[in-house]
Structure formats: C-alpha cells, structure tokens
Write a protein that binds this ligand. Structure first.
Ligand code: CP
Length: 315
C-alpha cells in the first residue's frame, strides 16, 4: 500500500480487520517502525476523533506528529495549473506539497466537499493534488467523497459485534439541519459491499447516494420496512446527491427512535459522530447499551494505526 486515499487501497479487507484487532491487543508492539519519522496532519476542516485518534495511532507507532490547520494558519493554496496568481491564494500546491514532503515522512489530509461544485468535489481536488505533487505517502482523513479511516474502524466494529453469520446491516439516512457531505455514507457502503452481509440503504426520495457507489445495493424508501429484522443500524445524514448540496426535507420522520428500533432484531446502533441528539437519533437510542458509537470512535485509533503500519513497512 503506497497511499491510503480510499478503501480500495486495502489489498484484503478481511485480513486488515483481523490485523487491526491484533494491533489493539498490543498497541505499542510496532513502536520501532516510526522512530525518527514524522507524520504531517493537515486540516482544511474541523475534527475531534480523526485528529486525536490519528495522533494517538502515531504515538503507538513511535511517530512524531506535526499538525496544521490549513484553513486559518497556512497560506491559501492555489490548485489550478497555469493560473496568474493575482488573487488571494498565495502559494501553489506544487510548492506546498513538495515542501511538506521535505519535513514529513507521510502526510494525512482532511478536506471536505464544497457541496457547491459537484465536479470539483468528485475530482477530489485537494487530496489528488497532494498525491500528485507530494513525494511521500498520503492518508485520507476525510475527503470530498470518502472517509476510509472511518470505514475501516466501522468494519472492525461490525466484526467485533457481528455475532451471527450474514447479519442484516441497514444504512439509513437521518435528518440534519445542515447540508452534510456523502463521504461517510459512500465509504460505509463500499466497505459493507465487501462483507458477507445483507445490506440495504434507506433514504427518502431525492436522497439516493451516487449510483456508482451504491451499485446493486437495494435502496428502500420506507425506513420501517428497511429496519425490519436489522442486526445493525447505521444512521447518517447526507445532502441530496442529485440536487447537489441541497436539503430537501427538515421534518423529523426519519429520526431514529426507540419505537423504530423495536422493528429490528435488537439491532446495534452505529454512527460516526459527531451526532445531533434528538435530531438524528433520540437520546434513548444513543444512551442505550446497544449503541456502539463510543466503540466505533475507539476503533478509529487502531484503524489509523494499521494504515500507518502499512505505509511505514512499505518504506
Ligand atoms: N467521525 C469523525 O471523522 O469525527 P471527526 O469529524 O470529529 O474527526
């Protein structure tokens, strides 16, 4: 593995899941691999879990970290080729990526979707330009269309709590007052498609994810029907993909409640966090013992650690 840009960079997901679970048992076992090496962490957007879990993972691997909030600390970057840079953007990605490569041995980047320019978001302008101009491995800490560190942590959590063969997993859209990106929904979908599971996605009309991601996964427009017999319910909001960036409804009919969870097979509840209480999910679902959100957050450390280990081992 040379970079971790999306889930498809993992050569074998099942092996990766097992290796993450092994890493959890002795977190400092590979500390020597990162000695005298540095992980750069660049944030164009806020974070709690990704920032702290990836730093913790780096500590486990013996790496030093350098963290920079690009949105307010760095020079504004120009990404277009051949531009006359007379505006507000002071530094070109060509120099920035090359310079960062002098200071770091690998670099992790968070750069969300604009949700205003679908073409630009789908081109992964920030992530792909770093990959193009840096001479060190790149890690995706959530880009415009993917959140593969979250998806690997979720895969581990499903394995740890998936007590039966071929569980039913439901990814359900849930309400939110802000327009949110598709990255988590996309990567969770791509990840579950690789597992031996019955998988359905529930969303109101107009909220279908990118069909190139959902492929043959059944799309269900009735949340109650989708929840029937579910073993895992993963709630997440995303804005409209078709009517790009738009919020199409603001009612709370799709909020996950204890009443709705009764339709399931005593399902485990999952969410990547942060979560808006009593908007996405009711308190009594989130506070119930079947909620796995904290376990998911814990697994973020070991998923990131697995990625760092692969990149360090590949030199
Ligand atoms: N789930 C997740 O990526 O959380 P943060 O946005 O806080 O990093």
């Amino acid at each position: 593995m040379k970079n971790y840009l999306n889930l498809d960079d993992i050569p074998n997901l099942q092996n990766a899941i097992d290796e993450v679970i092994t890493l959890k048992k002795d977190a400092f076992a590979n500390e020597h691999l990162g000695k005298h090496k540095t992980l750069g962490m660049l944030f164009f957007n806020p974070s709690l879990r990704t920032r702290l879990s990836t730093q913790k993972a780096a500590q486990h691997m013996g790496l030093k970290t350098m963290v920079m909030n690009f949105s307010n600390e760095a020079w504004a970057l120009e990404f277009e080729d051949g531009t006359k840079m007379s505006g507000l953007r002071s530094e070109h990605i060509k120099e920035a990526a090359a310079v960062i490569s002098q200071y770091c041995d690998m670099v992790a980047i968070r750069a969300f979707a604009t949700l205003s320019d679908k073409q630009k978001d789908e081109s992964e302008q920030v992530l792909n330009n770093f990959a193009r101009y840096a001479s060190i491995p790149i890690i995706n800490m959530e880009s415009a269309t993917a959140h593969p560190l979250q998806a690997l942590a979720d895969a581990v959590t499903l394995k740890e709590y998936g007590l039966k063969k071929r569980p039913k997993i439901v990814l359900t859209w849930a309400p939110h007052p802000k327009a949110l990106p598709h990255a988590v929904g996309n990567s969770f979908t791509r990840m579950v498609q690789k597992l031996d599971a019955e998988f359905v996605i529930a969303q109101p009309k107009g909220y279908e994810l990118n069909p190139e991601i959902t492929k043959n996964t059944p799309l269900i427009y009735d949340q109650d029907e989708a929840l029937e017999g579910a073993d895992f319910v993963y709630a997440k909001n995303w804005c409209s993909y078709e009517d790009y960036g738009k919020i199409l409804r603001t009612d709370d009919q799709w909020m996950l409640t204890a009443e709705k969870m009764k339709l399931t097979n005593q399902a485990k509840f999952m969410h990547c966090l942060p979560i808006r209480r009593n908007i996405v999910v009711s308190d009594n679902v989130l506070d119930h013992s079947s909620s796995l959100v904290i376990q998911q957050a814990n697994n973020r450390t070991y998923a990131a650690q697995w990625v760092l280990k692969q990149l360090l081992e590949n030199g």
